[in-house]
Design a protein around this ligand. Structure first.
Ligand code: HEC
Length: 123
């Protein structure tokens, strides 16, 4: 095998490995739609008696946000208390997999790329 073929083989193997990692990182459980990662079974067992996992999946937040949601469901919706170890496991799963999102809007256009403003500007 010449050097070039060898390099080509190495590059394609690296690409395959990284694609495989990405796929594994996003394994989705078929029935609940939850990301399969440490803690997903606890979420399935404790968070699906009142509503579907879709409510969870479409939400996001840091630990304080997720904790406040759990408190709200406990205070207002009759959700059972979770022991500290279990709650920590669930919170870590939620933050890790449905954490605070980066801003999803694109950056605004530069002023020189904007159409001409036909209106008088204020100030
Ligand atoms: C005792 C019932 C109950 C349990 C158990 C429960 N929830 Fe809820 N949850 C509710 C209700 C009721 C709502 C409001 C539903 C609606 O708005 O239609 C809700 C709403 C939510 C929302 C949406 C909040 C928003 O601001 O839109 C999220 C996220 C959520 N729950 C996550 C969880 C998680 C995570 C767990 C497990 C740790 C859980 N829920 C367990 C009753 C429960």
């Amino acid at each position: 095998m010449n050097k070039f073929t060898c390099l080509l083989l190495f590059i394609s193997l690296s690409i395959c490995a990284s694609i495989d990692d990405n796929l594994r990182a996003q394994e989705i459980e078929r029935v609940t739609g939850l990301i399969v990662a440490d803690g997903w079974l606890e979420v399935q067992a404790n968070c699906t008696e009142c509503h579907s996992t879709q409510l969870i999946i479409q939400n996001s937040g840091n630990k304080a946000v997720w904790e406040s949601r759990i408190r709200w469901m406990q205070e207002a919706q009759g959700m059972h208390n979770l022991n500290i170890v279990l709650e920590e496991k669930i919170l870590n799963y939620l933050v890790e997999n449905y954490g605070q999102k980066e801003a999803s809007r694109r950056a605004p256009l530069a002023e020189n790329l904007l159409p001409i403003n036909p209106y008088e500007t204020v100030n």
